[in-house]
Ligand binder design. Sequence first.
Ligand code: GUN
Length: 295
Amino acid sequence: MSAIVIDGKAVAEEVKADVAKKVEGLKSRGIVPCLAVILVGENPASVSYVTGKRKALAAAGMADKSVLLPETATEQQVLDLIHELNEDSSVHGILVQLPLPKHIDEKKVTNAISPEKDVDGFHPVNVGKLLSGEKGFLPCTPHGIAVLLKKAGVATDGANTVVIGRSNIVGKPMALLLLRREYNATVTVCHTGTKNLAEYTKKADILIVASGHPHTVTADMVKSGAAVIDVGVNRIPDSSKKSGFRLIGDVDYDSVKEVAGYITPVPGGVGPMTIAMLIYNTLEAAENISLAEGK
Ligand code: GUN
């Protein structure tokens, strides 16, 4: 039997519609949630992600104070811009699109964002809160995956969950989130140092793949009925497309969908959820800041 395909686009639309409704409520109190996305350079994938994020902002009725800087911008220019946005009371969320050009220290930049405006959840204060179980901003991709699992009816309680990848953006926060008592999963993190990956993946009830490489997971590595979440976004040449490429994930979709119980497609799975949760976090930032200001 073929797997149930989890429609990330549809769930993302639900989340965004809910946020848009709440934005209207805030606006009636004179508060317009506002996000500033900072993009340095013209990395094609980053340009595409930032365009998607800004479109979603507009659709949710939020204000957009994004800044596009040239590839040659200095680290100090980026830091100065962040300090300016930290001080700007009309801005509720700040996001620096990664990766940054090589001459800019990503950690320095991420750490300069005020934790109250860190809608990516990358600042050490928010990372620490995720680790210790305090309320803070959750990184958008892991949060989106948790929402997808819940909406699809995939039980995480006691589920053998394997995360492939240990990035700060996906793998590590994903593992920490599913470890929380509210999800209560048994979590294993696999990475490039893992010996015999299939030994782990075959035992997974939930398999979250964020390796960054196409075909990391094939059908023979998947337990029958497992929920397989594909975080990969890989551009492969395709002359039949106007753009000259198409997107594939990290999972061998066609074969794995015949074994899995649930699967997310690429595109249309995790990607739209990342954007939806960013809009959600921006709303939360605006609510928190306006509350703190007594509005
Ligand atoms: N680059 C890839 N994913 C992300 C993300 O979620 N946030 C930011 N800021 N950059 C990214």
